[in-house]
Design a protein around this ligand. Structure first.
Ligand SMILES: [Zn+2]
Ligand SMILES: [Zn+2]
Length: 236
């Protein structure tokens, strides 16, 4: 595998998406320059909130406990990097993208300031792909990010508890109200007992309308998860 990568690099050299430096798609200098969030907001209405907690008003309508994200999806470089990662199968970007989210979580002391529960109370769960999509793509981009987060904070990564049972249209092609309909009843929680009482970090690459994360959070809460936080690289 490494030899094949070596050959591929010779034939198709990589260039940094931003400064065109050779050898990587996102060099560490450019990664450093991506502006990270300096205030947290309710993911649904955008009002300032403590650590991105869903505000009281939005809690009545939506299921996520809150959302932590690293940067704005309006940032051109992050948008290009996420597209490359997701649609062009550039797995090596997982580490780099996860790095900026980890930085925000650490700098803001998100874990230590919000939770006092033992490590066993947490589960890191990626937004799953439908099995057919998974086979087509060969990997789940959210799972690669989730692995980085779980490794960094020594949390339990579980890819067997939340599955996608409905093959949905790509959310990118849909307007907001259709996104919520498209994703409705798409997820199923397995082994519900293992979810009960847990604090769950749901991982995805981008929060746009929040339809996907919200739907997944809804079924996890129905399975009696205590809290379900969205963790993403960017927010639209
Ligand atoms: Zn660069
Ligand atoms: Zn709100």
């Amino acid at each position: 595998m490494n030899f094949i990568n070596f050959l591929l690099d010779l034939i198709f050299p990589k260039y940094c998406l931003s400064c065109l430096k050779e050898g990587t798609y996102l060099c560490s200098d450019c990664l450093e320059k991506i502006p990270l969030v300096d205030k947290f907001v309710c993911p649904y209405c955008g009002k300032l909130s403590f650590y991105g907690k869903t505000c009281e008003k939005c809690q009545k309508k939506f299921s996520l406990t809150g959302l932590i994200y690293a940067t704005s999806y309006k940032n051109h470089l992050i948008r290009e990097a996420i597209k490359l990662f997701k649609y062009h199968y550039v797995k090596e970007l997982a580490k780099k993208l996860a790095k900026i989210l980890i930085k925000v979580m650490k700098n803001s002391h998100f874990l230590t300031n919000n939770f006092s529960q033992p490590i066993s109370s947490f589960l890191v769960i990626p937004i799953p792909l439908h099995q057919r999509k998974y086979l087509e793509r060969g990997f789940n981009q959210a799972e690669l990010l989730a692995k980085e987060i779980a490794d960094e904070f020594d949390l339990n990564l579980r890819t067997d508890l939340l599955i996608k049972i409905k093959k949905t249209k790509d959310q990118v092609d849909l307007k907001e109200k259709w996104r919520f309909l498209n994703i409705k009843e798409a997820f199923l929680v397995k082994k519900k007992k293992e979810v009960e009482g847990k604090i769950i970090f749901l991982i995805d690459d981008v929060f746009t309308t929040g339809a996907t994360l919200n739907e997944a959070a809804k079924v996890l809460k129905m399975a009696k998860a205590k809290e379900v936080w969205g963790l993403t690289i960017a927010k639209g």
